[in-house]
Design a protein around this ligand. Sequence first.
Ligand SMILES: Nc1ncnc2c1ncn2[C@@H]1O[C@H](COP(=O)(O)OP(=O)(O)OP(=O)(O)O)[C@@H](O)[C@H]1O
Ligand SMILES: [Mg+2]
Length: 427
Amino acid sequence: MLNFVPLCDIFHLSMISQAKISDDAYNADMSTEFENMKAYIGFDEKDVAHVRALDLELRPAVPDIVNGFYDAITRHDDLISFFQGGATQLARQKTLLTNWLYELLSGPFDEPYYHKRRQIGETHVRVGLEQRHMLMGIELIWQGVIRNMTSDASSATRAQLTSLHKLLMLDLSITLESYKDHYTARVQKHAKASMEEKLTRAEHLAEIGQLAASLAHEIKNPLAGISGAIQIIREGMDQDNEHRPIITEILGQIHRLDATVKDLLQYARPVPPQLQTMRMREIVERVLTILRAEPAVKRVSIRYEPPSEHVILQADEAKIEQLLINLILNAAHASKENGVVDVKTSSTNGNATLCICDAGEGMSQEAQDNAFEAFFTTKARGTGLGLPICRRIVESHGGTISLESQLGAGTVVTVILPVTADDKLTS
Ligand SMILES: Nc1ncnc2c1ncn2[C@@H]1O[C@H](COP(=O)(O)OP(=O)(O)OP(=O)(O)O)[C@@H](O)[C@H]1O
Ligand SMILES: [Mg+2]
């Protein structure tokens, strides 16, 4: 929450303070800046003369302009914090704005004028007054000028009013100039914070990855030993032994643990792809055979119509197999009983495209945003490594993976792989 100080204090501060000039170069820059601004806006001696001529006529109207200004701004809740001092404060502010207007009309529009106006801007920045309030304030003052200077009784000319408008814009430009550094600093601070957050997250993931790799490594061998021992026990059992189903269940669970450990190892220590020429159709059909026994896949039908022309690419078969398994399993898990999962392959412009489409539960926006993050899962038994591994595999082949999903309607995951390996390949 920004702390606002009364508007009167801003004017007060800026009007009583003299420009603090400590550095010659800085001052020279400032005066060039002012001359440049005048040149941009086309404010010259003719305009100065016009404003001076208006001064006589506009001076009696200043109280009306000031009252109109405060009537308008005190109607708004977001500016109410400027008026906590009640009527006395309001009267003080009106006096300060009146003086500010007199100074605006009388000039001279020289370097000290510029420094004073610039300080007003700096004070605004310091107290957190937003730019939009200044823009609106200038607009209200302009409306007051027009209200008073365009009546039949007024002798103000169009040229004089144009010069005054230029001066108001010049004043606003000077004040806004002070915001430049402030906003640049804010944008830089924001960029730095988000970069730091990304780095912390990357370091955190690297640590988790290392931990997972060593844990997985420690688990892998004893698990293989347990699995082998249980299989020996099962082989020694009679076919009708009542404990046989229990042993089968234990083996199933060991298989699941083994798959998780392999996923962890693969994610933590990716191995560069071993490229060979492969036909997509053969891989898809092999994967569908492997998956046929999976409970999630048994509940759905998988449609695959190979294209008339072979999709041939240079890739690591084992990795593409794993990619397909992960994506088809996700699609099957998300599908309803008897749902359909489509596997489509094609090749165009030197790329092989693979699409896995389901009409299942779809994904929330949050799930879509995080699906490729390691360990993100919405499943009770998921590890959240399936899609991150897919992304690693695809990127290590120089390809891309993306998903489109609609909650309740389904998900399409699209993988694009270059047909021939090139220097985009990474580990
Ligand atoms: N086809 C899909 N339909 C709906 N949600 C999906 C689909 N594919 C992925 N998701 C969502 O993305 C999450 C992350 O998927 P990911 O494959 O990385 O991990 P997981 O399936 O949860 O676990 P596992 O590591 O066992 O694969 C899932 O938990 C799920 O919420
Ligand atoms: Mg998965």
